[in-house]
Design a protein around this ligand. Structure first.
Ligand code: ADP
Ligand code: MG
Length: 702
């Protein structure tokens, strides 16, 4: 079904505000809009009316089923479809979907990770409608059409078992605390919202080749693979011409995303061969997070439909760049004022300075927690390992704001600061323009980019609800602490000025404008006392310190139990992930590489024998056989050892942090020993003899 792209497709499968306005009774729409725009509590009396309109709309689009759509603690979304039909009692059926079904459902989702909050025998959980994220109809070509209703997911005991619940609470916390600050400036908007625009990186590989790689299928990344003769060194992929078949993929992707109301805007080739990026226009952290989940799912589905496999893993291939997800984040009032926009004269903009100071303090006070929020087994390959951004949290402000902050710290006030210069290229035909006052810094994990911060650490597979919740929380916390002091001051303006200077002085160590990838920065950061947590397992404790738990509880974002549960899920998830990788390695080594190489070895040996019978020395054959044999033996031994190491993990199972640590320090650390002889063998044997597609094929035969 070929269909041209058009902007009219935007939101055709979304129960958007415009659709609601058109289809809901006026009074109902007004009520609902108060909730969506201003966070007013939802009047459940309107649910029936919304349900009827939603059902009719979905059915017109061909939907036969509906589902509560939620974000369990897995980085994926969950759905359980129910058809719209209900028995009447006389053997006939009617279509039923009322306010009751819209608002609440009780799935027995006992198998989702709960970090000990829920045992399988106490399975009851609830999904409850989040009216601030619009419902949509999912359409699988040739498959069911399903009305998806975004919901939160909580246990029978009332604890959240998802990413959305704390995220919604954290947005409310930012709003509440930011409004207190704004009041000091004489402003009283109804609400403050946090926004996110995630830039998603991904790889596309040929589907048939993907299916031949057990590691890609089961782990999302290659566990073996010698480097191809060519990598990314020529910089010929970055922003390069998009190949025809990729363009076909992108067109279908855009169509699906636009129909879902996801405003996909920017697409381009990324640094590594076979790597690409897509960025939609930003939305609230809640809607942005839902949209990103749907975007990741759509990337995979459209890839599958167009002959590709989409790899979202942070490091699918050794030796070339991995994938991240830059989260552009800002805070705006319902009056449309962006609170982190410096304006024309940041040096005189006390309100901006105060928000900036609060954000820097938040990042400095919670550097380890923020790092943890972007952690996963996959992201460990990026952060602090083979590539940047480093695991050290710092904030980049650029020259202009950097200069302003320096002046504030040194002199207690900022007088004049650099403005963007006019630029003349010297080409008469090219127009002059004003340059930005500030450069960009690609090496900073938390970079100011004009009127937003870009949190660049987040991993490409991650549900962004968690990092965005953490960012919202720590900023709400600082704003609240500031408001506590400032509200009591006699001279508000003087107190604000003092607060800005004191805060910047106390937290200037977090500002770093230099090269975050350099070794010097690691040394310098250590001098400054900034945490450098190299792996996820070492970062998890930062989630469960007394101060952090107290912060989450004080701001009513998560209870102690909810926080502890998340730490447990993270540990568990890490251990499981590495366990799967280890088992996959063993399987590929024993059942694919070793037999294939031995077969090749045997053929060489037979050849050598024949040659000798003819009186030829066969020296080359014998040398090659010996070299191969040495490595096959090393691979077999290493594989056996890895199996032993995995078996021993069971001894630690009762102590979940130690268990995860063992998987990191012992099991994961051993992977290279297994991989090395295998990758060497790949470069020695006949291409035809190698049991699965090589890097060269995966990266260059898209
Ligand atoms: P940049 O060139 O600075 O990286 P882009 O225009 O490419 O910015 O945008 C990157 C992402 O940031 C997009 O998803 C975009 O919608 C989002 N974005 C732009 N402005 C804001 C903002 N004020 N708050 C949050 N996200 C934003
Ligand atoms: Mg960007």
């Amino acid at each position: 079904m070929e269909m041209e792209l058009s902007s009219e497709m935007l939101g055709t499968r979304l129960f958007s505000e415009a659709t609601m306005r058109e289809r809901l009774p006026k009074a109902v729409f007004k009520e609902l809009k108060k909730t969506i725009d201003y966070g007013a509590p939802l009047d459940t009396a309107i649910a029936d009316s919304v349900a009827i309109a939603m059902r009719e709309w979905a059915k017109e689009l061909g939907a036969t089923h509906y589902t509560h759509w939620f974000h369990p603690l897995t980085n994926l979304t969950a759905e359980k479809h129910d058809s719209f039909i209900d028995p009447v009692g006389d053997g006939t059926f009617i279509t039923e979907f009322t306010g009751k079904e819209l608002i609440k459902s009780e799935p027995d989702g006992s198998s989702f990770p709960s970090g000990g909050i829920r045992s399988t025998c106490a399975a009851r959980g609830y999904t409850v409608w989040d009216s601030t994220s619009p419902a949509f109809v999912k359409e699988i070509p040739g498959g069911c059409k399903v009305l998806c209703i975004p919901t939160i997911f909580i246990s029978y005991t009332g604890e959240s078992l998802d990413f959305k619940t704390p995220l919604l609470r954290s947005s409310d916390a930012v709003s509440k605390q930011a409004l207190r600050i704004l009041k000091l400036f004489g402003k009283t908007p109804t609400k403050v919202v946090t926004s996110v625009g995630p830039e998603q990186e991904y790889f596309l590989v040929n589907k048939e080749q993907y299916l031949k790689r057990l590691d890609l299928k089961l782990c999302g990344r290659t566990l073996f693979g010698a480097p191809a003769p060519k990598g990314q060194e020529l910089d010929d992929q970055y922003f390069g011409v998009i190949k025809d078949n990729i363009s076909v993929f992108m067109k279908q992707l855009n169509r699906d995303l636009w129909e879902y109301g996801i405003p996909a805007k920017t697409q381009h080739n990324e640094v590594a061969p076979a790597q690409h990026e897509i960025a939609p226009i930003y939305g609230t952290t809640n809607v942005g997070s839902d949209q990103n989940a749907l975007l990741m799912e759509t990337l995979k589905k459209v890839a599958d439909r167009t002959g590709f496999a989409c790899l979202l893993h942070e490091k699918p291939f050794a030796g070339v760049n991995g994938s991240g997800k830059h989260n552009n984040w800002s805070v705006t009032t319902t009056d449309g004022e962006n609170l982190i926009d410096p304006g024309k004269e940041p040096e005189n903009n006390l309100q901006f300075q105060l928000f900036l100071a609060a954000i820097l303090a938040a990042v400095d006070n919670n550097a380890a927690l923020l790092r943890l929020s972007a952690s996963s087994a996959g992201n460990d390959h990026r952060l602090g390992a083979n590539e940047a951004p480093p695991a050290i949290i710092s904030a980049y402000l650029g020259d202009q704001l950097g200069q302003m902050v320096d002046e504030l710290i040194e002199k207690g006030e900022a007088t004049s600061i650099t403005k963007g210069k006019r630029y003349n290229s010297g080409c008469a035909v090219v127009p002059e323009f004003t340059m930005d006052a500030t450069d960009r810094n690609r090496t900073s994990p938390f970079a100011f980019t004009g009127n937003k911060f870009e949190f660049r650490m987040v991993g490409s597979t991650q549900a962004i609800g968690f990092p965005m919740m953490v960012l919202n929380t720590i900023v709400a916390d600082e704003l609240g602490k500031m408001a506590d002091v400032l509200e009591k001051a006699d001279d508000t303006e003087a107190a604000i000025k003092k607060m800005i200077v004191d805060t910047l002085r106390a937290h200037k160590r977090i500002i770093f404008n230099g090269n975050g990838y350099s070794d010097e920065w690691v040394v310098e950061a250590e001098k400054r006392g900034l945490p450098n947590l190299k792996c996820m397992v070492d970062a998890i404790p930062s989630l469960v310190t007394d101060e952090v738990i107290d912060m989450f509880e004080r701001l009513e974002i998560m209870s102690r139990r909810e926080v502890l549960a998340r730490a447990e899920v993270l540990y568990e998830n890490y251990a499981k992930q590495i366990n799967i990788e280890a088992l996959t390695m063993i399987e590929m080594s024993r059942k694919q590489i070793v037999p294939a190489v031995m077969k090749y070895e045997a053929a060489l040996a037979a050849g050598a024998k024949d040659l000798k019978e003819l009186g030829v020395k066969a020296n080359a054959q014998v040398a090659l056989i010996n070299a191969i044999d040495e490595r096959v033996e090393a691979l077999k031994l290493a594989t056996d050892e890895l199996e032993e190491l995995v078996k021993k993990a069971a001894e630690k199972e009762d102590d979940i942090p130690a268990y995860a640590k063992y998987y990191h320090d012992v099991v994961f650390a051993y992977f290279d020993t297994v991989r090395k002889p295998a990758d060497e063998l790949e470069k020695m044997v006949d291409e035809e003899a190698w049991p699965f597609p090589t890097y060269e094929k995966l990266l260059f035969e898209q």
